[in-house]
Design a protein around this ligand. Structure first.
Ligand SMILES: Cc1cc2nc3c(=O)[nH]c(=O)nc-3n(C[C@H](O)[C@H](O)[C@H](O)COP(=O)(O)OP(=O)(O)OC[C@H]3O[C@@H](n4cnc5c(N)ncnc54)[C@H](O)[C@@H]3O)c2cc1C
Length: 474
């Protein structure tokens, strides 16, 4: 610090000179906006923010910060649930990729699209639909989240039951490494096994390996026929039994969303018309396809299965408006739920689909034992449930922590995993060793070190501090 400046001040000064003051912000009010995302992570204000509107901005930021030994956190729409886009120490530069938001090329013949990472997910949905095409991954944050963040988290969403997650739609990733070097991983073709599958490794890497500057994504033909059914049950367990039964019969609706008793009340408070009166827990099930009769027949079979496990209400959305009203309320449910308590953590566990009823039982037992409200909803068709924990006062925190730990133990005991789509981030990093062996953790940390030897890119995410190379150099 011979010039009296810290490494981050020096890096930001150098970047300001080369990229301009409107791209590089260090004023407290601009930086404070970047202290949080949609998780309960402790807010920490970064030293500065680079609003990258070109790939060259990204490369220069990574080159200068590498040179000065300064940590960088890539950021998209900041809708992440595990703190991936937040900083853990203040002498960090946030690399905001939302201004990198061009759709570069839509290739109708090969059903691919080349986009920059800051394009909002919902914009791609709309663009694809206008061309008779379809981008299936649909995190319920789609209006706010960006495609770069979706790829970094391997986002899922309701339609993953039939169509799979973001990895299945990611063909090529152009990315900048710490130091500024660019790599292009993957292939534009529908097949390709040249070299290691580095593109797949980058999907779900939570901004810890490289910063995406361009994505080539796969689209599919838009299924024009969509039918929606709301099945009401006496309780969430019965709804969970219906999920297991649908899966066992090999039915593949595009969505099977479960909403438990507390969450049904929250949805009704928002719009009383969207759920059948008297249904305590519901499944929202959607079938799609290209032939009306086939889609109707599939929905009939789904309704029969729900009926057989004791559904009390079976209501079909009659119009597109009715369907959209239902999804509108479902999309804001997480935020509506948050408004009911001072604090909310949304966990994102996955169990084998047949174990959904057992997981719901475990949640009920844990909530009763710890006297904690644990509303549950989510992509039950994938065995992926968002188990929320709500609390109001600090003295409840030990019970909250015990409840979360018990949930994770139950999930792993049922053969599940700690995250289906929200990633590990900061919040789940202490628990990753519960699921993965020391040898596997060590292998991943050596991969991290190969991409980022000084541990400057998004430190403190995925792996816990200490031992993880992500903390060296910061
Ligand atoms: C109301 C609500 C509903 C949600 N529903 C779903 C859902 O149904 N399914 C689902 O999967 N998720 C869901 N999420 C979680 C969240 O929206 C997803 O994880 C989403 O993919 C994050 O995208 P983002 O652009 O907001 O990323 P951010 O939160 O900004 O960042 C997430 C991670 O990506 C990294 N990153 C961002 N941009 C880049 C880049 N250009 N290069 C490299 N790394 C980058 C960051 O460093 C961070 O680690 C929901 C969140 C909310 C608030």
């Amino acid at each position: 610090m011979a010039d009296g400046m810290s490494p981050s001040q020096r890096a930001l000064l150098r970047l300001g000179r080369s990229l301009g003051d409107s791209t590089v912000r260090t004023d407290p009010s601009s930086c404070e906006t970047f202290a949080r995302d949609e998780s309960e992570t402790e807010p920490v204000t970064p030293a500065g923010v680079v609003h990258a509107s070109t790939a060259e901005h990204v490369r220069q930021t990574l080159a200068v910060c590498h040179d000065e030994g300064v940590c960088v956190v890539p950021r998209g729409g900041a809708t992440g649930r595990t703190g991936g886009a937040t900083v853990i120490r203040p002498d960090t530069v946030v690399l905001d990729t939302t201004p990198l938001a061009a759709v570069k090329h839509l290739d109708r013949a090969n059903q691919t699209v080349v986009v920059e990472p800051g394009v909002r997910t919902a914009s791609l949905h709309a663009l694809a639909e206008s061309e008779g095409l379809f981008f299936p991954p649909d995190p319920l944050s789609a209006e706010w989240s960006c495609l770069g963040g979706n790829v970094a988290e391997n986002a899922g969403g309701p339609r993953a039951f039939k169509y799979g997650v973001t990895r299945e739609y990611t063909r090529v990733i152009e990315a900048a490494l710490m130091g500024g070097e660019t790599v292009r991983a993957g292939h534009r073709t529908s097949k390709g096994v040249a070299g290691y599958d580095v593109a797949s490794l980058l999907v779900g890497s939570e901004g810890t390996l490289a910063v995406f500057t361009e994505l080539t994504l796969r689209l599919v033909a838009l299924p024009p026929e969509v039918r929606t059914l709301v099945a009401g049950f006496a309780d969430a367990r019965d709804a969970g039994r219906a999920v297991a039964s649908l899966v066992a019969r090999g039915l593949t609706p595009r969505c099977v969303e479960l909403v438990d008793e507390v969450c049904c009340d929250v949805m009704r408070a928002h719009d009383a018309t969207v759920l059948p009166a008297g249904a305590r827990a519901v499944l929202v099930i959607e079938c799609d396809g290209h032939h009306p009769a086939a889609v109707d027949a599939e929905l009939d079979r789904v309704a029969d299965v729900c009926d057989a496990v004791g559904a009390r209400h079976l209501e079909r959305a009659r119009t597109r408006d009715e369907r959209e009203a239902l999804w509108r309320v479902r999309r804001v449910m997480s935020r509506s739920l948050r408004a009911t308590a001072a604090h909310k953590l949304s966990e994102d566990v996955v169990v084998p689909r047949s174990e959904v009823p057992a997981l719901l039982d475990a949640v009920r037992v844990i909530a009763a034992r710890e006297s904690i409200v644990m509303p549950t909803y989510g992509h039950a068709g994938d065995g992926n449930l968002h188990v929320n924990v709500l609390w109001n006062t600090p003295d409840e925190r030990p019970r909250v922590d015990r409840a979360i730990e018990a949930l994770f133990r139950a999930t792993l005991d049922l053969g599940g995993t700690l995250s289906g789509e929200h990633g590990i981030g900061v919040l789940k990093a202490p628990y990753l060793p519960w699921e993965q062996s020391p040898a596997l953790l060590d292998l991943q940390q050596r991969i991290k070190a190969a991409f980022d030897p000084r541990g400057l890119l998004n430190p403190g995410k995925v792996f816990t501090p200490g031992g993880a190379p992500s903390h060296r150099g910061c």
